[in-house]
Write a protein that binds this ligand. Sequence first.
Ligand code: DX5
Ligand code: ZN
Length: 214
Amino acid sequence: MVKIAASLLAADFSCLYEETKKVEKEADSLHFDIMDGHFVPNITFGPQVVASLREKVNLPFEIHLMVENPGEWIIPFARAGGDLIIIHAETSHHLDRLITLIKKEGKRVGIALNPATSLCGLEYILSQLDLVLAMTVNPGFGAQDFLFSVLPKIKSLRRMAKEQGVSLEIEVDGGINQDTAGQAIKAGSSTLVAGTTIFDASEPKEAILRLKNT
Ligand code: DX5
Ligand code: ZN
């Protein structure tokens, strides 16, 4: 069954703790979109926000670093309680070095790709990764439309992982709803990030279960 990562970006920021409780039982992980106002045109959470929720929420935390200098933020977010650290391929000339740093912190490692970024180069590091995140919107904001043009890339990535014998988690992020989830799964994704579809629903739990049963 597909896994669901609930994205806090769409939650009510005035009561984040209560929002996490709405999804804690049904979601498979909590997704934190970390934005620095440079790599993406928006600003969100710092490590203190992650740390303040860590002891109170019984879910794995995934940290999606949409920042220009991920090397500076891996350790603070790992130590704040991130379980999976995702860095963008576009932000570093030294992905291998950052992967090593994340592993040294004892964390799972993911690489994110913007919609226009190709799989080129990933083939050489795939076996070191736990997850690849395919952005299906341009990062920075929630509630955008799913970019169907990314689906062939997800299919190619699933094929590449199979050819290498790597059991890779493929996560899709952006525009996931009842209409798009099925296509993302069919293309090869194993985890769906969803913000608006979950937190704008009158019953977030039901929204998660609906996505899982797609
Ligand atoms: C966008 C973020 C997403 C965002 C998805 O930059 O990476 O995680 O929360 O939001 P929805 O599900 O509303 O498209
Ligand atoms: Zn995200």
